[in-house]
Write a protein that binds this ligand. Structure first.
Ligand SMILES: *[C@@H]1O[C@H](CO)[C@@H](O)[C@H](O)[C@H]1NC(C)=O
Ligand SMILES: *[C@@H]1O[C@H](CO)[C@@H](O)[C@H](O)[C@H]1NC(C)=O
Ligand SMILES: *[C@@H]1O[C@H](CO)[C@@H](O)[C@H](O)[C@H]1NC(C)=O
Ligand SMILES: *[C@@H]1O[C@H](CO)[C@@H](O)[C@H](O)[C@H]1NC(C)=O
Ligand SMILES: *[C@@H]1O[C@H](CO)[C@@H](O)[C@H](O)[C@H]1NC(C)=O
Ligand SMILES: *[C@@H]1O[C@H](CO)[C@@H](O)[C@H](O)[C@H]1NC(C)=O
Ligand SMILES: *[C@@H]1O[C@H](CO)[C@@H](O)[C@H](O)[C@H]1NC(C)=O
Length: 675
C-alpha cells in the first residue's frame, strides 16, 4: 500500500534520531546514590532515571583490613544489580565503601602500609564481583599528611586492570566521593594520581552549613554566593585551577535540606541566629518530608527560590527555617554541570526524592542539549519526520474521517480544541482560591427550599441544612436566623477567618450567601456527622475502635497545631468540643465552627474579655474567673475532649460512687487512687 511508505520512513528517521541522541548522552553520568538501610527497597528504585547507581555501604574490617558487607547489607546487595537492571538493562552499579568520619583512621592506616593496601584492594575487587557490581567507590575519605593516597590509587587501578585481563570481564570502575575542595587542612588530594587512576571524582557539593555545628542559618548547598561564603562554584573552580579535568568531575545534588530552630521568629533570611537543629536530631530533612510539610502546613506561603544562590528556603511556622533544593535548584545545578563541561551529576540520596520529581527534573536537563553538530542532525531529522507524519495524517484524515467536512473543517476543529485548552488553563490560573459567592436561588434549590428533611441540626445561631449543588457536590449550609441579631458578629468572624485558613483537619468553608438579607455559610459536607454522635451512643460507640479513636485524636491535634503554630496567625478557637469535631466519609476529623475564634498577634500572649463564651465543661478556670484567654484555652478544651474520646463519658453528667463529681474531678481522683 502506498500510504505505508511514509510511515516506514518516519519510523526509520525516528530510530536514527533516537540512536543519535542516546549516543550523545552516553558519556553524561546521571547517577543516584542509594543507601541499603534507607526506606527505599531496591525493587522500588526507578532505575530508568539513572545511568549509574551507587549502593551504600560496604565497610572495612578493622583487624583484617578487608572489605566486608554486614549482614543487613548482605540481603539487599546480593541481587541489587539484577533487580535494577530489570527496569534499565544498561545501568551500571557501583559499590560504595564508607571511609568517612569514624572510619577515616582505619583507612589512612591501610593507605600508608603495603600489606594492608594489598588485603584491602584484593578484597574490594572480590567483593564487588561477588555481588555483581560494576565498580567501586570510596565515600568520604580525606587525605592526611603522611598517607600515600597517590600510591594507593596506582595500586588499586593496577589490580582492577589485571583482574579484568585475567578474567576477561569489563574493568571495574573506580571513583571517590569526596569533599568539595581539592585541598583539606592544607593537604592536597593527589591530583595527578587521581587523574590517572580514577574514572571520576564525585564532589559532595552540600552540607556546607549544618544546624548541629552552626548557630546561624546558612544555605547548605548554595551554587553561588556573591559574598564569597561556602558555595559549590568556588570549589569546582578550585579543582579546575589545580589541573583536574572537568570531564572527571561529577556534581553532587542534595535530596535533603536542613532545618534550624530560630532564635527570633521574625527573622527569615540567612545568617540569622539559631538555636540548632529542628525536626530531626541533626536537622537534616529529606526532600519528600519537606514537600510533605509544605503541603500540610504551607497553605499561606510556599518555599522561596533564590536564583542568586540557587537554593530554596521555607519557614515552617514561626520558629524554624529550612533550606533545600527543589526542582528549580536541581535543574539549575544540572545545567551548570553541563555548561562547565563536567561529567554529570550524582544525587544523594535517592530515597529522599518525592515520587522521583527531582530525579525526573535532573534527568530531563541531562538528556537535552546534545552537542551542536548532533543537534543540527536531530533538528533536521525531526523536522523531516514531522513533515512526513503530518502528510500521512492529512492523507488519512481526508480519506477516512473528515470526508464530509473536508480538510478545512478538520483544521478548524483542532485549532478550536487548542484554544479551549489554553483558555481553560488561564482561567484556572486566575481563579479565586477563596470564597465563592452563592446566589440565594442556588442555595434554595440545593437545600430543597430549606426543607425539614434536609435539616441536619440546629447550631448556636441557626439551623444547618444539607444540600446538593447542580454539579452533584454535597454541601452543608448554616443559615443565620434573620430574626435575631445574634450571630452576626460570629458570621463575620467566621468568614474573615476561614478565608485565611485551609487545612486538612479544618472544615472547609466553600462560600457564602448574603443575598436577600440572608447570612449563610456554605461548608463541605461531612458525611459522618460529629464526634458526639458516636461517643455517647450505646450502639454507635462500637463503630469507634481504638485505632479510629487514636487517628481522630491525631487529626484534632494536627488541626490545633495548625491553628497555633503552622498557619501564619495564632488562632484560638474557643469552642473545641465533641460536637464541633466533624467526621468525613473516612472518619477523618475536622474542626468546625470558627464563630468564636480569635486572632492573636504573634507577640501577644494573653488577652482579656468581658464576654464569656464557650461551652460549659470545656472552658478553662482562668477564663471563667478572670476572662483571660490564650492558646492554653484550646489546650484545656482539648484535654477534656481527649478524656471523653478515651472514656466515652459526657462532660455534663456527674460521676463517682456518690455521683457528685464532674468528669475532670472524677478522672483526677481516679488517677490519684491508682498511683
Ligand atoms: C574481621 O576479621 C577478623 C579476622 O579475619 C575476623 O575474625 C572477624 O570476624 C572479622 N570481623 C567482622 C565484623 O567481619
Ligand atoms: C549494617 O550497617 C548499617 C549501616 O551502617 C547499620 O545501620 C546496620 O546496623 C549494620 N547492621 C549490622 C547487622 O551490623
Ligand atoms: C533478593 O535476594 C533476597 C535474599 O538474598 C531474596 O529473598 C529475594 O527474593 C531476592 N529478590 C529477587 C527479586 O531476586
Ligand atoms: C602537610 O604537609 C604540608 C607540606 O608537606 C604542610 O605545608 C602542611 O602544613 C601539613 N599539614 C598538616 C596538617 O600537618
Ligand atoms: C600512617 O598514617 C597515620 C595516620 O594518618 C600516621 O599517623 C602515620 O604516621 C602514618 N605512617 C606512615 C608510615 O606514613
Ligand atoms: C526580632 O526581629 C524583629 C525584626 O527583625 C525585631 O524587630 C525584633 O526586635 C527582634 N526580637 C528580638 C527579641 O530580638
Ligand atoms: C537572594 O537573596 C539575597 C540575600 O537575601 C538577595 O540579596 C537577592 O536579591 C536574592 N535574589 C533573588 C533573585 O531573589
Amino acid at each position: 500500500m502506498a500510504s505505508n511508505k511514509p510511515i516506514f520512513f518516519f519510523l526509520l528517521l525516528l530510530f536514527l534520531s533516537l540512536k543519535l541522541q542516546s549516543s550523545s548522552s552516553q558519556t553524561w553520568v546521571k547517577a543516584g546514590h542509594w543507601i541499603s538501610s534507607s526506606s527505599l527497597p531496591v525493587s522500588d528504585i526507578n532505575s530508568a532515571l539513572f545511568t549509574h547507581l551507587f549502593a551504600s555501604s560496604a565497610f572495612i574490617n578493622k583487624t583484617s583490613y578487608q572489605l566486608f558487607i554486614n549482614s543487613s547489607g548482605e540481603q539487599s546487595f546480593s541481587n541489587v544489580t539484577s533487580i535494577v537492571k530489570l527496569k534499565n538493562p544498561s545501568i551500571t552499579t557501583i559499590l560504595s565503601i564508607w571511609v568517612a568520619r569514624s572510619e577515616s583512621t582505619t583507612f589512612s592506616l591501610i593507605v600508608n602500609e603495603t600489606s594492608r593496601r594489598k588485603s584491602f584492594i584484593e578484597s574490594s575487587v572480590k567483593t564487588a564481583r561477588l555481588y555483581g557490581f560494576h565498580g567501586l567507590n570510596l565515600y568520604g575519605f580525606q587525605p592526611t599528611n603522611g598517607t600515600s593516597l597517590g600510591t594507593f590509587l596506582d595500586e588499586w587501578r593496577a589490580e582492577v586492570a589485571s583482574e579484568s585481563r585475567n578474567t576477561g570481564k569489563t574493568r571495574l570502575l573506580l571513583t571517590i566521593s569526596t569533599g568539595r575542595f581539592p585541598i583539606v587542612n592544607s593537604v592536597n588530594y593527589p591530583i595527578e594520581s587521581a587523574k590517572r587512576n580514577l574514572d571520576w571524582v564525585n564532589i559532595l557539593a552540600y552540607d556546607y552549613y549544618e544546624p548541629r555545628l552552626d548557630r546561624f542559618t546558612g544555605f547548605h548547598a548554595a551554587l553561588f554566593d556573591p559574598l564569597g561564603r561556602a558555595n559549590t562554584d568556588d570549589r569546582i573552580k578550585e579543582w579546575l585551577k589545580r589541573g583536574f579535568p572537568a570531564d572527571k568531575l561529577v556534581l553532587g545534588l542534595p535530596y535533603h535540606g536542613y532545618a534550624w530552630a530560630l532564635v527570633n521568629g521574625s527573622d527569615s533570611g540567612i545568617n540569622t541566629a539559631a538555636f540548632g537543629p529542628y525536626l530531626t536530631g541533626d536537622g537534616s530533612v529529606g526532600y519528600s518530608l519537606i514537600k510533605f510539610l509544605i503541603r500540610k502546613f504551607g497553605y499561606d506561603v510556599g518555599a522561596v527560590y533564590n536564583s542568586t544562590y540557587v537554593v530554596h528556603y521555607w519557614k515552617l511556622g514561626r520558629s524554624s527555617w529550612i533550606n533545600f533544593d527543589d526542582v528549580e535548584a536541581i535543574k539549575a545545578k544540572v545545567s551548570y554541570a553541563k555548561v562547565k563541561g563536567l561529567l554529570g551529576y550524582n544525587a544523594f540520596q535517592i530515597a529522599n526524592d518525592d515520587n522521583w520529581v527531582l530525579s525526573h527534573a535532573a534527568y530531563a536537563i541531562g538528556t537535552t542539549q546534545p552537542k551542536k553538530h548532533q543537534l543540527l542532525v536531530i533538528v533536521l531529522v525531526t523536522v523531516s519526520a514531522m513533515v512526513l507524519l503530518i502528510t500521512a495524517l492529512v492523507y488519512y484524515l481526508q480519506h477516512k474521517i473528515f470526508k464530509s467536512q473536508g480538510l478545512l473543517g478538520a483544521l478548524k476543529m483542532s485549532v478550536s480544541l487548542i484554544r479551549t485548552k489554553i483558555s481553560g488553563e488561564r482561567k484556572h490560573e486566575n481563579g479565586d482560591p477563596n470564597l465563592q459567592a452563592f446566589t440565594f436561588a442556588t442555595i434554595k434549590a440545593a437545600t430543597n427550599n430549606f426543607s425539614n428533611e434536609n435539616k441536619l441540626g440546629e447550631g448556636g445561631y441557626g439551623p444547618v441544612y444539607k444540600g446538593e449543588l447542580l454539579n452533584g457536590q454535597e454541601i452543608a449550609v448554616k443559615r443565620l436566623s434573620r430574626s435575631s441579631n445574634q450571630g452576626l458578629e460570629e458570621f463575620k468572624n467566621e468568614v474573615n477567618l476561614t478565608t485565611k485558613l485551609q487545612y486538612v483537619n479544618l472544615v472547609r468553608v466553600l462560600g457564602i450567601c448574603t443575598e436577600n438579607e440572608e447570612k449563610m455559610l456554605v461548608y463541605e459536607f461531612m458525611l459522618n456527622k460529629s464526634l458526639d454522635f458516636y461517643l455517647y451512643d450505646p450502639f454507635k460507640r462500637h463503630l469507634l475502635d481504638w485505632r479510629k479513636r487514636v487517628s481522630i485524636i491525631e487529626g484534632v491535634t494536627q488541626g490545633l497545631l495548625y491553628l497555633q503554630e503552622y498557619s501564619n496567625y495564632t488562632i484560638i478557637h474557643r469552642d473545641i468540643k465533641a460536637s464541633n469535631i466533624l467526621l468525613d466519609s473516612e472518619m477523618n476529623p475536622k474542626i468546625s465552627d470558627f464563630g468564636m475564634a480569635k486572632f492573636f498577634k504573634k507577640d501577644e500572649l494573653e488577652a482579656n474579655t468581658n464576654r464569656i463564651v464557650g461551652t460549659y465543661g470545656y472552658v478553662p478556670p482562668e477564663y471563667v474567673k478572670k476572662g483571660i484567654y490564650s492558646t492554653k484555652y484550646d489546650v484545656y478544651s482539648f484535654g477534656v475532649l481527649l478524656l471523653q474520646i478515651i472514656s466515652g463519658k459526657r462532660n455534663s453528667n456527674l460521676y463517682g460512687c456518690h455521683e457528685n463529681l464532674k468528669l475532670l474531678e472524677y478522672v483526677s481522683i481516679e488517677a490519684m487512687v491508682s498511683m
